[in-house]
Each structure stands twice: as structure tokens, then as C-alpha cells.
Design a protein around this ligand. Sequence first.
Ligand code: FAD
Length: 383
Amino acid sequence: MATKLLLITFAICRLIVTVGLTVDPTELLRLVVDGQLSVDPSDVDTASKDFGLMSRAEPLAVLHPGSAQDVARLVRAAYSSAHGFTVSARGHGHSINGQAQTNNGVVIEMSGGGSSGRVMSRLRSGSGRVSEKDVLRSTLEYGLAPKSWTDYLYLSVGGTLSNAGISGQAFNHGPQISSVDELDVVTGRGELLTCSEEKNSELFHAVLGGLGQFGIITRARIALEPAPQRVRWIRVLYSNFSAFTKDQEFLISLHGQPSTHKFDYVEGFVIVDEGLINNWRSSFFSPSNPVKITSINSQGEIEGLLKKLDFVPTSVFTTDLPYVDFLDRVHKAEMKLRSKGLWDVPHPWLNLFVPNQGFLTSTRGCSRVFWAIRQAGPSSFTP
Ligand SMILES: Cc1cc2nc3c(=O)[nH]c(=O)nc-3n(C[C@H](O)[C@H](O)[C@H](O)COP(=O)(O)OP(=O)(O)OC[C@H]3O[C@@H](n4cnc5c(N)ncnc54)[C@H](O)[C@@H]3O)c2cc1C
């Protein structure tokens, strides 16, 4: 305890020396935590940046919480502070525009390890700090997996639940926030509350998709289902955007059908030009690459479904692979881009929800979307 206090005192002294403080340092000094309050320049630098690399905000300190109580202690200190200071939760920092940053406040580093939680019957209970990959790893030990995913697994559970968690399964199960049973949340006053549909339901619904503005998730209980062992991954090419969106609409309209009469996962990607930037997910291919193109060899219902679609007939690429490899496919592309120095670059991304009502299948809608894609580069479409 004495060593901890000494370290914190040292940290606060450094704060006073190096930063023009808006926070009374004694307020932070009073904070005794199970984890660590750090002013280490490399911690501060990491917390100042995100995946977008387009905005920078330097916190005074970074909290590596040792428990949910640590998160509550810090938020309580900020709430009752005479001068006030801001607190921001940071998961894996994959935001695009500084959403997890704070200037002259304290960033809580939610992804600093910790237990990956327990699997209880068909529900999973884990801390808000673990990554989606950790969740997959621990649930698969029981032959189970969450129902809905993001395309990329190196995101924190708390971070994705604060957004939505959308991918090719969303048409079947909704975004990830639809499969949450219960949360532990630290509120703006620093109370640690359990919430669900039945208990503290306003808080529950505010925090899910709440961009970290309504509370900090410290534990999440998520619905699971039996995990498939393998995936048949079928990719086809369209030369007509309108046909592509019509087929996506058709495929998601099958969501009430028995599992043999629909696909489990539907997603699209627009390739404007060949090239590394446009192939960053490397899961898509070009008609000028004949090696990857095979003929349809699927049987039964799958073949029947494919026959109803309007893609370029010779452009079917089928792969059978383990479920884990399918879910982790973007990581392979990440490794390739990292090796070429193309991962840690600015990412001016834009996410849009475009309502149905025929916009994407209309000529006007298509031409607008195509204009935007030409300016922007790689674009994925999740129906
Ligand atoms: C390569 C890549 C692929 C992606 N693919 C998808 C996809 O397929 N589907 C999809 O939906 N999204 C996708 N995203 C977006 C991603 O889900 C969000 O950016 C998500 O917020 C990132 O999680 P993170 O842990 O990195 O969050 P951070 O950037 O650390 O934080 C994001 C927001 O959540 C808040 N926050 C973080 N932790 C908590 C917590 N415990 N409690 C409360 N608030 C918290 C932060 O304050 C911030 O506002 C992708 C992002 C990348 C970089």
C-alpha cells in the first residue's frame, strides 16, 4: 500500500511539473486503486491516438483498472471533483475519430488483459475489457459461440457494445447489442450497477450503442449458440450494383426460413480497382484473376439458392474452412498490411445506415453511392 501511494505521489508530481493542470492533483492523489494510475509517456501516447490516426488528445493520466471498483472510484472522483475532469473508456482504440480520447482528463484502459470470463450454460459472462477473439477462444472450448460478430475480432466487447456490432449475421440475429442479457455498468456518478431488460432497463438501453456516453461497461453477459465447426464460404462477383443489392435484399428476406434454405452470413464488398488498398480484406477477388474462379460445385439447397441470384455466372469461389478461420479472416489481411507498413496509417472511414425503401436499387441511389465509393475507396455493404 505504501509503495502504491508513493508511486501515485510520484506520478502526480510529474503531472504538476509537465502539464498545465486543470485538475487539482490532490483529487487524483486521493485515489487508491487496485490497478495502476499511470503517467508513463508511452501509456499517455497510446491513449492519445486511435486507429483513425486523425485526431489526437492527450490525457493527464491513464488508469489500468484492477477491478470494476477501480473504474467506479475514478468516475466518482471525477464526479465529486471541485474542478472536474473528464474520463473516457478506451477498449482497443479502434475508433476512427477520437471517441475514446480525452484532453487533460483520464483515459481508462479497458483492454489491459484480465480474465476472459466464464461460460455459463448458453450465456457468457465476461469483463467489458476482453476482446472478441478472447470471447471466441473461451466459448469454443464449450462448443459454443456468440450469435453475432463484427468482421474484425480485435475489438473490445465494451467498445463494440458501445457501438452496435454489425456484420453479415445481423440480418438473422440483429447487431451484437441485440444478444446481450445483462451488463454491469459504472454510471456517471460512479455507481456500479447491474442492468438488463428487467433491471435498470433505461440504463441498459442507453449504454448499448451509447458510444460510452451513458456509462462504462465492466461486465457483459451475452447469448451463445452451438458453434459450427466449419464454414462453406461462397463468394460471387457482380458487375451490376443494382443486381447486387437486389440479391442482398432477397437473401436477407429468407431469415425466417429453415437454416437449410438460407445463408447464415450475407455481406458484400465493392471492388473499384485492383490494388492492395482496395483488396485490404483480401477476401474478394477480381474477374481478371482466373485462378480463383471455379464453377459451382455445391449441392442441393445451396445450388438452388445460388441459381436464384443474378451474379456473373462463372464467378463462384467456394472455400471450406474452420469457423474460427472464417471469423478471423480480416486479421490475415491486417498482418499482410502491417508487413507493408499500411496498417498504421490514417483511416478516414465513414459508416452509414442507408434505409431500404428502394434507395440502393434505384438508378439515382446507385449512381450516388457509386460516386461516393469512387471518392472513398473500399466499401463494404452489410444488408
Ligand atoms: C478493422 C476494423 C473492422 C471493424 N469491423 C466492424 C464490423 O464489422 N462491425 C462493427 O459493428 N464495427 C466494426 N468496426 C468498428 C468497431 O466495432 C468500433 O470502432 C468499436 O468501438 C471498436 O472497439 P474498440 O474496443 O477498439 O473501442 P474504442 O475505440 O476503444 O472505443 C470506442 C467507443 O466505445 C467506448 N468504450 C470503450 N470501451 C467501453 C466500455 N467498456 N464501456 C463503455 N464504453 C466503452 C469508448 O469511449 C468509445 O466511445 C471495425 C473497426 C475496425 C478498426
